[in-house]
Design a protein around this ligand. Structure first.
Ligand SMILES: NC(=O)c1ccc[n+]([C@@H]2O[C@H](COP(=O)([O-])OP(=O)(O)OC[C@H]3O[C@@H](n4cnc5c(N)ncnc54)[C@H](O)[C@@H]3O)[C@@H](O)[C@H]2O)c1
Length: 386
């Protein structure tokens, strides 16, 4: 069986998850050929388990070592830089989420991807979750008519102060470029647009360091509008316990509600607009049937994304998420920040990438970059929100 020769850049929390998936035989078409981290100690355990793996402290040296594919798992600001470097060398590239921190750098990355004849993917592991795949299938099938309203309360991303004290780059404008929107919510924002489409207008209220001693946002309430007049609400925080995961989509023929593990559907025979038009009873209601939706039960997460990446390279198969799609979720995230900073509604089609970059850099300039890192705090691994 031919395999891809993968290099993993950044052997931290998530890099470790990817290596273990390969070592555990979950990725049969992937050979772990090389790894790279600035810190030798991060690679010691791999050398013991896999003496044949090549180890580097310099990303470019690893790229020139014979790998044909790379998984970029360093902190967000550097995702586009190393993806661009790799694609220009003809190396197939899989980038961790988010695609980057600001849209300007991601547009540049997508342009290089268009100019390079390589496979370019994004680690959107939540797209493998059967609940969200089924939800998308039902919405895109049109069987429930047009979307009227979306509403996602995703407040079960609880992080105690210790989490923010754990990684030097975490939760600073200079190190991460944002808070809950950049670290925890890229999955949700991606799924939101993947299932419901991109909003056309966004207005958001963000609170910075409301529940934690941090400078970036840890509490967000956003309102959006869609091309067909539908509206949406998105609420998230890292400060609620126990928090909630409730994703509701109301359509002309009823509604869908996902809570991460189950998907329920309430369906009306007659579409609501038709009922409202033809019904003559003042308090009339169309018949509503409630049902639990069958799914295929699969949820392969990170290994599923890596396997699809290998299949795309070796056999021309479909990626779970094309790398270029990362710009969608990030545009929503950047627009929420910009709306909060400028105190106004943002029109997505006219999103000012340059203005966003300038406003972000103002905050980076005064960012309290952390010097001390409390390394004995174990960070929960893999953003598999419950
Ligand atoms: N898909 C997911 O479920 C998931 C889960 C966690 C993190 N992530 C993403 O993965 C990225 C990394 O997060 P993490 O929690 O693993 O961070 P981390 O700090 O634990 O690991 C990052 C590693 O990269 C290394 N590194 C940094 N710059 C480097 C460079 N220039 N060359 C070589 N090595 C370098 C660091 O030494 C560190 O070991 C983030 O963008 C994060 O959003 C995704």
């Amino acid at each position: 069986m031919s395999k891809i020769k993968l290099g993993i850049l950044g052997i931290g929390n998530i890099g470790t998850v990817h290596i273990n998936n390969i070592l555990d035989g979950k990725c049969p078409e992937v050979e772990l050929y090389a790894i790279c981290d600035l810190l030798d100690e991060k690679m010691e355990w791999v050398k013991e388990k896999l003496p044949s793996v090549k180890c580097f402290n310099d990303a470019e040296q690893m790229m020139d070592s014979g790998i044909d594919s790379i998984l970029v798992a360093v902190p967000h600001y550097d995702h586009p830089k190393y993806a661009i470097m790799a694609m220009k060398k003809g190396i197939h590239t899989l980038v961790e989420k988010p695609a980057g921190v600001y849209t300007k750098q991601v547009l540049e990355m997508n342009k290089v991807a268009d100019e390079s004849n390589v496979v370019f993917g994004l680690m959107m592991n939540q797209r493998t979750n059967c609940i969200y795949r089924k939800m998308r299938e039902i919405v895109k099938s049109g069987e429930m008519g047009a979307i009227k309203r979306t509403n996602w309360i995703i407040t079960n991303w609880y992080c105690p102060q210790a989490y923010y004290n754990s990684g030097g780059w975490r939760a600073t404008w200079s190190g991460e470029g944002g808070g809950v929107l950049l670290n925890q919510c890229p999955h949700n924002l991606d799924l939101w647009q993947w299932i419901c489409g991109m909003p056309t207008k966004i207005e958001a209220k963000l609170h910075y360091g409301k529940w934690h001693d941090i400078e970036v946002e840890d509490d967000v309430s956003a309102y959006v509008e869609y091309e067909n007049g539908a509206t949406g609400i998105f609420v998230t925080t890292t400060g609620d316990i126990p928090g909630t995961n409730r994703f509701e989509i109301t359509l002309e023929h009823g509604k869908l509600i996902a809570d991460g593990t189950t998907l329920k559907m309430w369906k009306t025979e007659m579409s609501e607009p038709e009922f409202s038009r033809t019904n003559t009873e003042a308090f009339g209601w169309p018949e509503v049937v409630e049902c639990e939706v069958e799914t295929d039960g699969k949820n392969e997460q990170h290994a599923g994304v890596l396997n699809a990446f290998a299949d795309a390279i070796l056999n021309g198969g479909a990626l779970i998420a094309d790398g270029r799609e990362g710009i969608n979720g990030l545009t929503i995230s950047n627009a929420m920040h910009l709306s909060s900073w400028l105190g106004k509604e943002i029109v997505v089609a006219d999103f000012d990438h340059e203005l966003f970059y300038e406003e972000l850099m103002k905050r980076v300039a005064t960012s309290r970059a952390k010097t001390t890192v409390n390394t004995n705090v174990k960070v929960n691994m893999g953003d598999s929100f419950k």
